[in-house]
Design a protein around this ligand. Structure first.
Ligand code: NAD
Length: 357
């Protein structure tokens, strides 16, 4: 299948191949949709075995960014870039400055950021060549570490889920299983603990576990026991695809609300399965939008205060999604996609109204 055959279906606007032999740069930039604003999405660096894998990844991820930005209420479209290669072997100033020049050539239609395999340092190299980069370190005037903001969005999502499914405004005494207590998981545990929730946690890193056990009186479990825990909420904050054929029958929770990307192994099948079991699923790209909101504040202004205010809105956004799903008898994943598509259509239509200046 050729790229045009694929983007005919996915609706991408533009796919750019970037090549600079001396620095070893081989990158693909995919711009999915710019109706709401410039396409923003991170730059992933990975030693893809085949070029087709890189294309598949960049097309899938850029489309996801369109939905994420639209539901978060941001004036941003969806895009992504991938650099083919092992960051430990070929990342260099020249490579990322070359990418920066390609990004600059897109005239602001694509804005890049850090992602898996890239770092704030790489973003500073890109910034030498273009202003169209966010997620630069705080000491250079950037928004800094997104994890506390992402965690706060997840916390608001937990509250929205608990309100919808358990009818409670307070998290006092609510039991939450947090899988993965890294950057986001740790900050989430902190907010949950301060709100009076009881924590069950798991991580493959024993130091990370010890920290939350000590600081937040969490109960540590191992492996699959995190899915079997008698809790109200399961918060996946480690890897993707942890909600699957094997784990769903183990779950005792009534709400899933976590930070991980691509939580459902099969979005259609597993969102329907959760619905059948009366487990309320908070669509991942809605609840974990805090990271995107954090970097958006570098473009929109207003700094951390603006980012935190927009992140608070995740409560209302998810509550609407839950209500629409219930009313329309569709999954929460389908309700979220509908919300994104409606906003793009509504705002896109407005652009037909003549407005001078
Ligand atoms: P992180 O690497 O800091 O933390 C992940 C933690 O999960 C680590 O402590 C790791 O040891 C643990 N882990 C790995 N495999 C595990 C397993 N099998 N079982 C239990 N624990 C395991 O990452 P992070 O920045 O906290 O992000 C967490 C998740 O949220 C990721 O899926 C990420 O893509 C997603 N996310 C993060 C942000 C952000 O702002 N950092 C934004 C959006 C989405």
């Amino acid at each position: 299948m050729g790229v045009f055959d694929i983007i005919d279906v996915t609706g991408h606007e533009k796919v750019v191949y970037c090549h600079d032999k001396p620095s070893g740069l081989k990158a693909i930039i995919a711009i999915h949709n710019t109706v709401l604003g410039p396409a923003l999405g991170g730059c992933r660096m990975y030693p893809y075995a085949k070029e087709e894998d890189a294309i598949e990844d960049v097309l899938r991820l850029s489309r996801g960014m369109t939905y994420k930005a639209a539901v978060a209420g941001l004036n941003l479209g969806g895009g992504k870039s991938v650099v083919i290669g092992d960051p430990k072997k070929i990342a260099s100033e020249a490579l990322f400055r070359a990418l920066g020049r390609f990004i600059n050539g897109l005239g602001g239609r694509y804005i890049t950021a850090e992602d898996v395999g890239t770092s704030p340092k790489f973003m500073t190299w890109i910034r030498e060549e273009t202003d169209n980069v966010v997620g630069i370190p705080a000491y250079l005037g950037g928004s800094g570490d997104p994890s506390p903001v992402t965690a706060h969005g997840v916390f608001m999502g937990v509250k929205a889920g608990v309100k919808k499914r358990l009818g409670k405004d307070s998290l006092q005494g609510i039991k939450v299983a947090v899988e993965g207590v890294g950057n986001v998981g740790y900050n989430l545990c902190k907010e949950l603990y301060e709100a009076g929730a009881n924590l069950v946690v798991s991580d493959i890193n024993t130091d990370a576990i010890q920290r939350v056990v000590k600081e937040f009186s969490a109960t540590a479990v191992q492996g699959e026991d995190i899915y079997k825990a008698e809790v109200d909420v399961y918060a996946p904050c480690a890897l993707g695809a942890t909600v699957n054929d094997k784990t769903i029958p183990m779950l005792k929770c009534s709400v899933i609300a976590g930070a991980a990307n691509n939580q459902l192994k099969d979005e259609i099948k597993h969102s329907a399965e959760l619905e059948k079991r009366k487990i309320l699923y908070s669509p991942d790209y809605v609840i974990n939008a805090g990271g995107l909101i954090n970097v958006y504040s570098e473009i929109a202004g207003g700094g951390a205060e603006h980012a935190w205010a927009l992140t608070n809105d995740i409560y209302d956004t998810l509550s609407t999604i839950f209500d629409v799903a219930e009313k329309e008898k569709i999954t929460t994943a389908a309700a979220a996609a509908r919300m994104a598509e409606k906003r793009i259509a509504d705002v896109g239509r407005l652009k037909g109204i003549y407005s001078e200046g």
